[in-house]
Ligand binder design. Structure first.
Ligand SMILES: Nc1ncnc2c1ncn2[C@@H]1O[C@H](COP(=O)(O)OP(=O)(O)OP(=O)(O)O)[C@@H](O)[C@H]1O
Ligand SMILES: [Mg+2]
Length: 201
């Protein structure tokens, strides 16, 4: 399982990244949203996707809950499974970026080393966005009732309660959802995209 196969030969596409950029009118890349449960990742991801789509960007959301029903349905929440979850998502996000999309991923992704692997998959097209809200704030929002269940001991390994969250050390962007409204937070991400995803960059 761990030994590298020796009979694999990469196929080179006849379309290069510059041609895809020209066709799309923008660069591809990954907006990797990370933060606690309830910090606002999914809320921002779908709003940013909608706004980008409306002005002509090719954008697509990969969301934790959705992918756990399909691609990652065989994975749980142990550290090992979370790592594999993020490894797969990182690879898929990198493929979307390569295809020319702005891929917006919304995963807690609590471990720094896992996020670094996702960064390595997409290389220079990876943009880490820390969706910042502390446990107290997220717990007071508790949009899915998960903190309440975690405090009752019904959810083992719950990030921020019984499992760690490693804060990003040098994210490309921090969105402080404790201080800004949804609309303001969305605008901060859109401003970032308009700075970083232009063709000339
Ligand atoms: N500035 C903000 N940006 C995003 N969400 C906000 C903001 N302010 C308040 N909220 C609220 O916080 C909640 C965030 O929930 P959301 O499902 O987006 O979190 P999440 O990070 O995707 O959590 P999970 O990891 O459990 O999927 C929503 O109820 C949203 O309305
Ligand atoms: Mg979510």
């Amino acid at each position: 399982m761990n030994s590298k196969p020796t009979n694999i030969f990469a196929v080179r596409s006849r379309i290069d990244a510059a041609a895809r950029r020209r066709r799309n009118g923008h660069r591809g890349g990954v907006l990797w949203l990370t933060g606690l449960s309830g910090a606002g990742k999914s809320t921002l991801a779908v709003e940013v996707e909608r706004s980008l789509f409306d002005v002509g960007y090719h954008a697509y959301v990969l969301d934790g809950d959705n992918l756990r029903h399909g691609l990652n349905s065989n994975l749980g929440f142990s550290q090992e499974d979370r790592t594999e979850n993020i490894r797969r998502v990182g690879e898929v996000a990198a493929l979307f970026a390569d295809a020319g999309f702005i891929c917006i991923s919304a995963f807690i992704s609590p471990y720094r080393t896992d996020r670094e692997k996702a960064r390595m998959a997409a290389r220079q097209d990876f943009h880490e966005i820390y969706v910042m809200a502390d446990v107290a704030t997220c717990e007071s929002r508790d949009p899915k009732g998960l903190y309440e269940r975690a405090r009752r001991g019904e959810i083992p390994d719950f990030t921020g309660v019984s499992a760690p969250y490693e804060v990003p050390e040098s994210p490309e962007l921090i969105v402080d959802t404790m201080s800004f409204s949804v609309e303001e937070s969305v605008q901060q991400v859109l401003d970032y995209v308009s700075r970083k995803f232009k063709l000339a960059d």
